[in-house]
Each structure stands twice: as structure tokens, then as C-alpha cells.
Design a protein around this ligand. Sequence first.
Ligand code: AMP
Ligand code: ZN
Length: 461
Amino acid sequence: MIRIHNSLAREKQAFNPIEPGKVRMYVCGLTVYDYFHIGNARTLTVFDMVYRWLKVAGYDVKYVRNITDVDDKIIDRANKNGEPIEALTTRMVAAMHEDCDRLLLLRPDAEPRATQHIDNMLGLIGDLVTNGKAYPASNGDVYYAVREFPGYGKLSGKSIDDLRAGERVAVDGHKRDPLDFVLWKAAKPQEPHWCSCYGEGRPGWHIECSAMSKAELGETIDIHGGGWDLQFPHHENEIAQSEGASNKPFVNYWMHAAFLNMDNEKMSKSLGNVFTTREVLNKLDAVQGGEAVRFFLLRGHYRSEINYTWDILQDARGALVSLYTALRDVPPEVPPAEVALDWNESWAKRFFDAMCDDFNTPMAFAVLFELRNEINRTRDAKLSGLLRALGGTLGFLQADPAAFVQGTVSDDAAEIDALIVARNEAKKAKNFAEADRIRDEIKARGIILEDGAGGTTWRRA
Ligand code: AMP
Ligand code: ZN
């Protein structure tokens, strides 16, 4: 029996799916205008872990993760790049898949794109207008009337009156209430738009998840996930839209992944403290990098914030290498596919119980480290097979151990960072000969420097 912390109930609850043995899970995915950052990677990896574990626990899972391919940020970026929106989003979806593959993320069972579900969104908006929960405004926008939905605020624990008093909501003459949110935006020149009975326009962001979740999974689903920041307003608005239209519960278990911070501050584009996943992976050893980042992202409990620094990432990499070292030194007797896990066996049971208790990965990882110590002490090849099989349930320890431990390149990332600092200092001191010398030294190591607005980044050639 799995227990899940349900953000709606604010407590851990026994997980009972709507249909025995089946799970319908929807996770809010990426807005594809740029490479995703290592904070986004955390949320993606957490739900990959949940997906894998539900399957290990015997459920037949349908996992849907949407792609937001029309939105202000995408339109701005495409205009800035001077390229069509579709060219940008197609490129970014391909890059997203590459980076997800490197993190060993399983592909969701469906990845619906907003632009493919405009009709479903208009269908939902129509239902909401018909039953009085939404209204077209004179400017061609359509708004959700939050006061018409009595449950508004139940997920975030905010009441409409608190929200009005506490939040600074822009006064907008077209809305009946400042808290009303947009379902359909009237077309502006130079923006993508679709035909509707309210006039030409494009959907608001929130409506896409209600429409795609319903189209892929039905009106009531088991699990809905996303990062903590989405709880309000995005998920609150999804509830208002879906339940407002269907009069049925939308989601039985809401799950939210806590933030990844950068030096103890939230990582976000607006703060400018962002590392793309690609950039981090390219600094790491090609053999170890993806699995090491994955290990780092899952080492903390998904409801605890985690901190990203290069040293913490290196520490996680070292810990993972130590597990592989035990596998290298005491090779398992049988190939991974032939290890049938017996969940009654005492090590396996502890791992299983930890994972079933709201996906407690730190506790499950602790079992792996104890097992490593036991393998190193006893040289027991059966335990070694068990370690690899347990790791495999969460997407770890399936590479060739000797090759993994060895890696491909020496770990010189810290030295390269120091050389970049030295080069920047030389440039500042107008010592250009020294700056050039350092640049050549970096180049000789097979490193490509990229000087950008946010400073100098690097990658391996
Ligand atoms: P976005 O593309 O900004 O809509 O974000 C995609 C997903 O990443 C959402 O589920 C966000 O909640 C999540 N996310 C964004 N920033 C972070 C962060 N620093 N840590 C963890 N998750 C994040
Ligand atoms: Zn969403």
C-alpha cells in the first residue's frame, strides 16, 4: 500500500486509485522557449521517479505530461530570434527530449501540446460560459468568474477575500472581479491566433491543463503533479475550470515537488541564477553525468527543498560512484534482467517500505549505502545483484560498473572554473597577453568558452 502526501488534504493518505490496478497521472510540463534549467529538471525527475515506482508497485500507469507551446515567453523569444514560433518550439522539444534522455527519464505515455488541443479548450470554455462560471468581455477576452466557484482556494488554503486583501491584483476594466482570470485572450497583431465564437484569439495558460487532462485521462484523475510554485494560481485555477465544468472532483491526489535552490535562493530566470541542465551535464563526465545529476536530484525527499552547488553535485556523483565501485569489485552473479526482486527479503523490504511511504528516496538510498557496505565487507555476489536490482527500480546502476567508475574524462571542472576567473581578472587588469594565454590553455583542454551577457560559460568540445 502506497501512502502519498496529498497537498489538497495537507496530509499523507493511503493511495486508492479510481480503477483498481490503474493510475491516471498528469504532470504540468515545460514551456518550450529555452533549454530547461536544473530546477525544472528536479520536478521532471521527481515525477519520473513516482512513475517508475508506481509501476514497480504493480500499477498500470498512464502518465501524461503536457508541453506548453504557445505563450507570451515563446512569442517574445521567437520574435527576438526572428524565427517562426513553430521552428522554435520544435527545436526546444527536441532539445528537451535529448536532455531528458540524458537524465534517464522515461518518456511519458502521452505528451500533448497545447496547440493541438485548442478545440478541447474551447469546448471547456463553452461549458463554463453556459453554466455561468465564465463570461466573454467586451474586449474579446473570456474570463473565469472565480466568485461563481464556491471551492475556489481549497488547494492553496486561500479564501477569495484574503486573496483580494493580500494580493496586488491589477485592476482591469474588463473583469467583473480583479481575481477573475483569463481563459481566452483576444488576438493581438503578430501573435498566433485561432478562430472561436468569441472572435480570434488564443487560450490562457491554465485552461490547457484542464482540457488536456480531460482529453487524455477523463474528468477525474488519480494524481496531478507539478512544482510547488504551480499550486497557486495555476492548479487552483485548473480545479475551478475542471470542476466548474464537470461538477465532478478533478484530482484525487495533488503532489507538489519542492524547489531546487541555487546557493539557498530559488533558481529562476527572473533572478538570473539559472543553470540549464544541458550546461550542467556538459561540465560533467559524459559517462557519469546524467545519472549523477539524477542521483543528486533524488537524494533529497521530493517535498524538501534542495540546494544546488557544484560541490554538492560532486558529492552526489562520488556517492553514486561508490555504489558502482562495489558492483565492479563484486560482480553480480546474474544479469540485471534475471534478478527477480523478492520484496519480503529484509533489505528489499526496507527499500520497498521507504518508497511506499510517500516516495521516501533518502531512506531508500540509505538502504543502498548500507547494502554497499555489506557487499564490501562480505564480497557476496548475491547482495551485489540485489543492489543493482534495487537501484534499477529508480533508474540507477544499470551501466557497466567498470566503465562507469572510470568515466571518460578527468574531473577538471573546478580547475576550469578557476582558469575562467583568472582570465576574467586578467582582462579586467588589461593584461590581455595573460588573458589570451589562459584562453589557449583552456582551449588545449578541449573546452569551448562562451562569453555571454550573464558571464562566461563553458562546455566540452
Ligand atoms: P515552467 O516551464 O517554468 O512552467 O516550469 C516547468 C516545471 O518546473 C513546473 O512544474 C515548475 O513548477 C517547475 N520548476 C520551475 N522552477 C523550479 C525550481 N527552481 N525547482 C523545482 N521545480 C521548478
Ligand atoms: Zn498545468
